[in-house]
Design a binder for this molecule. Structure first.
Ligand code: ADP
Ligand code: MG
Length: 329
């Protein structure tokens, strides 16, 4: 009996050495970029180091907000909006690159995603229930045109006076991607970072996939469906985030660049893909395109899937998700 007991004891000691006492999940959230930013991560040994890694994420989010916020008069983005119609404005390589990527998503979506939506978008105030009238939309609609945003060797220039840009449809996804890179560099292998409707997962949730819920667009607090995901990004755009109702019409924050008005046809659109910059931009684009054109676009692209809940509440899936569903035959 004695030697056996000894064996069991040493096996237990070996197990405890491999599984440090303070291995655990750490989660934290703060309000940044006008939304809830949250980080959940698994650390295998040092709680102190994990707290430091999470701290880096929040500092990074605040840095990006300072650079790209349209509400801060001293942000680089505000400088562009003030001067780019008068002369080319030199910007940081980071802002330049994100504007360049935004223009790629505009071309890809046939103009459904267009950061110059802000030329009219800034006239909406969802909190105060204010929207531009038909005459002011008509006089500014030509200023929504991504082809008039010119990239000139590190400088940005607008082709028309009165143009404005806003990165609200892509900057949160970008910030989530930067955060995941930081965590990876920090030695973290399992994490979830989300900023409002944009999330990205590093690894799995310790042997199991992360379960990510898509909000029900009309039933507050309810989840419409849940998806098991790992090592990927997911973004949802919905007409319930910022809106008011006027004469029975829902006026919300996703603008159809062709009309200068809130895009109709969907309640929400969700895109799943490799990185959150892509899923953020494309979820906004798909919302504008609607189920038919939106899913056609996604089905042409590698590594991307989508779920659109249309304006009758019907759920539409991209063909990649249909193939994965055994009940779809
Ligand atoms: P959120 O997570 O804030 O709901 P979304 O990804 O749904 O963000 O995008 C909505 C935001 O995108 C709006 O608040 C606005 O800043 C911006 N936006 C609205 N319409 C467009 C458009 N057609 N193209 C690009 N960006 C847009
Ligand atoms: Mg988006």
């Amino acid at each position: 009996m004695q030697p056996r007991k000894g064996l069991l004891f040493s096996a237990l000691i070996a197990f405890m050495a491999a599984m440090p006492a303070d291995a655990q999940w750490l989660s934290h959230s703060e309000s940044i970029m006008g939304t809830r930013v949250s980080v959940e991560l698994w650390h295998a040994n040092s709680a102190e180091r994990a707290t430091d890694c999470a701290g880096r994420v929040f500092r990074e989010m605040r840095r990006i907000d300072k650079l790209m916020s349209p509400f801060r008069p001293d942000s680089e983005l505000s400088t562009v909006n003030r001067d780019a119609a008068i002369q080319p404005v030199p910007v940081s390589p980071e802002l330049y690159e994100l504007i360049r990527r935004s223009l790629e998503f505009s071309r890809l979506s046939g103009g459904a995603f267009d950061i110059s939506f802000a030329s009219i978008g800034y006239r909406y105030d969802y909190r105060r229930g204010i929207r531009p009238d038909a005459a002011s939309i008509a006089s500014a609609i030509d200023n929504i045109d991504y082809r008039q945003i010119r990239l000139e060797g590190g400088r940005i220039r607008f082709g028309r006076p009165g143009m404005r840009i806003d990165l609200g449809g892509i900057a949160k996804g970008y910030a989530v991607d930067r955060s995941i890179e930081l965590l990876r560099d920090c030695g973290i292998e399992h994490a979830l970072v989300s900023a409002g409707g944009d999330s990205r997962l590093l690894g799995d949730r310790n042997g199991r996939p992360w379960m990510i819920g898509i909000r029900h667009p009309r039933r507050e607090g309810e989840v419409a469906l849940r998806l098991p995901l790992e090592n990927s990004a997911i973004s949802t755009s919905g007409d319930y985030e910022r809106f008011f109702v006027s004469n029975g019409e829902r006026v919300h924050h996703i603008i159809n660049p062709r009309t200068g008005k809130s895009a109709a046809g969907s309640w929400s659109s969700t895109v799943i893909g490799p990185d959150a910059t892509t899923t953020d931009a494309l979820s906004t684009a798909l919302f504008v395109l609607g189920p038919e054109r939106g899913l056609k676009l996604i089905d042409q692209l590698d590594g991307l899937d989508a779920i659109i809940i249309d304006a009758t509440g019907q759920i539409h899936y991209s063909s990649g998700l249909m193939a994965a569903d055994p009940s779809s035959g």
